[in-house]
Design a protein around this ligand. Structure first.
Ligand code: HEM
Length: 239
């Protein structure tokens, strides 16, 4: 991959900004863009898929989500754009997103290499060792989350879980990683998922047409790809 000679139409996007940095070799620019595309695409899309799956399994949660979104729509008006304040006024939607990221977290594990000897409790991890923190082992630990294997978005309303819920630095809940390599797209992803859920549940109702289940091998996925039949909500007869 190489930079084309000659005049380029320069915009003000990420790529243009990177190209303006004369010191960055082409490989670094390409690596950056590829990383952004991969890190930000499958992760968010799959989380949306898992949210729909969990909601399909839990009609009570779907009903509450729909009520929250319908009430927001009636106050905003269908034609108006949502504001940041509207986004922040979706507490149950946020619970659904948090619970989806806990139960169906895309990042099952991370990979690190120690650059120096690290003392951890009674252990010393020597320099140069690979360390694999299993996020899902914590997220699905019954000692940390009651009924850890069930989809229960209401758990995040419990004041007892308030500290745990802090996905930026909680030791119990880290769907976006932590520390120096914390996901830079976390806030964007959450916003996209909330907007997707809003659009999806207010526009469609659906029925699942084929049994499905989650699998975490080789990566988080639904084995049958979640097959559903959609119906536009406003076309349904009233009542
Ligand atoms: C639900 C959606 C997402 C999840 C669950 C997620 C999860 C993660 C996790 C766990 C890490 C840390 C990896 C590590 O520590 O080794 C990470 C890193 C990263 N994420 Fe995300 N991510 C999501 C969406 C996005 C989006 C939308 C973008 C960009 C638009 C993005 C860009 C990145 C990048 C560039 C890194 C590498 C950061 C670094 O190494 O310094 N992610 N993500």
């Amino acid at each position: 991959m190489y930079r084309q000679e000659g005049s380029l139409e320069v915009g003000n996007g990420v790529l243009s900004r990177l190209l303006e940095e004369e010191s960055l070799p082409d490989e670094a620019v390409a690596d950056f863009i590829i990383n952004l595309l991969f890190a930000g695409n499958e992760t968010t899309a799959k989380t949306m898929l898992f949210a729909v799956y969990f909601l399909t399994q839990c009609p009570r949660a779907l009903k509450q989500l729909l009520e929250e979104q319908d009430s927001l729509r009636s106050c905003c008006g269908e034609e108006e754009m949502l504001t940041w304040q509207d986004y922040k006024a979706m507490p149950f939607t946020q619970c659904v997103i948090d619970e989806t990221l806990r139960l169906g977290g895309i990042a099952i594990w991370l990979m690190r290499e120690t650059t120096e000897d690290v003392k951890y409790q009674d252990y010393v991890i020597p320099k140069g060792c690979f360390v694999v923190p299993f996020l899902s082992a914590v997220h699905l630990d019954e000692n940390v989350f009651n009924g850890a294997l069930s989809f229960n978005p209401w758990r995040w309303m419990d004041p007892e879980n308030e500290e745990k819920r802090n996905w930026r630095n909680s030791p119990f809940y880290a769907p976006f990683g932590g520390g120096g390599r914390f996901c830079p797209g976390a806030e964007l992803a959450r916003l996209q998922i909330a907007l997707f859920l809003r659009y999806f549940v207010t526009t469609y109702s659906w029925t699942q047409t084929r049994e499905d289940r989650m699998s975490f091998f080789p990566s988080a996925r639904l084995v049958n790809g979640l097959q559903i039949r959609l119906t536009r909500r406003h076309m349904q007869p009233a009542g």
